[in-house]
Ligand binder design. Structure first.
Ligand SMILES: CC(C)(COP(=O)(O)OP(=O)(O)OC[C@H]1O[C@@H](n2cnc3c(N)ncnc32)[C@H](O)[C@@H]1OP(=O)(O)O)[C@@H](O)C(=O)NCCC(=O)NCCS
Length: 167
């Protein structure tokens, strides 16, 4: 007996677009686990600065803007759960995080392979001389870590710093 088409349509999963919202304290553990899975910097993950992509109650992506000692704003911790990458969620959460910091330059540092991704959002790679001192401390630390990692695992990883100015 063939299945009723109307019933099949009813039973099919309906794709949903995750909602971008500010994080709550209840999201703190999931934020940490998504960041860990993405192998991003696990330090300085205060949920109060985060926005998340929430798909029916499940957090599937994260982003935050860090405020450094002298006021430099850094977009960080942009990560999409590995089983949800390639659906446009990274684009939506990146744009939402950028939109929360209007009227001032936004910086980020990233491994060299994602420079192209950030170019899509108006970020341009800058030289070390253009990096604000409060951010440069974090960049130096990240470079030390990635230098050790690259040496141990024979990888050619590098840390690039990028800036986005309001168009
Ligand atoms: C990088 C990352 C955030 C992208 O999220 P995503 O949801 O898979 O990306 P999207 O589906 O929204 O793609 C947006 C655009 O970026 C492109 N893109 C996705 N990943 C890319 C990558 N690694 N390099 C270059 N471009 C990339 C897509 O082709 C798409 O381009 P288009 O809009 O012109 O078609 C996600 O792969 C991730 O979490 N990676 C691990 C953590 C990480 O590297 N974070 C970034 C550094 S902080």
């Amino acid at each position: 007996m063939s299945e009723c088409p109307a019933r099949r349509a009813y039973a099919a999963p309906v794709p949903t677009a995750p909602q971008i919202r500010p994080a709550t304290e209840a999201d703190a553990g999931t934020i940490r686990s998504i960041i860990r899975q993405a192998q991003l910097n696990p330090r300085d993950l205060d949920w109060r600065r985060f926005i998340v992509a929430d798909d029916g109650g499940q957090v599937v992506a994260t982003a935050q803007v860090r405020h450094h000692a002298e006021g430099t704003r850094e977009l960080a911790s942009v990560a999409v759960r590995s089983d949800r990458q390639g659906e446009g969620i990274g684009r939506r959460i990146s744009e939402a995080a950028i939109a929360r910091e209007p009227g001032r330059p936004l910086y980020l540092y990233t491994e060299g392979r994602t420079v192209e991704y950030w170019g899509k959002f108006g970020f341009r790679e800058i030289g070390d001389g253009e990096v604000p001192p409060d951010l440069f401390k974090a960049v130096r630390f990240a470079r030390r870590l990635i230098g050790i990692y690259s040496a141990v695992f024979r990888k050619g990883y590098r840390i690039a710093v990028m800036r986005r100015d309001e168009p």
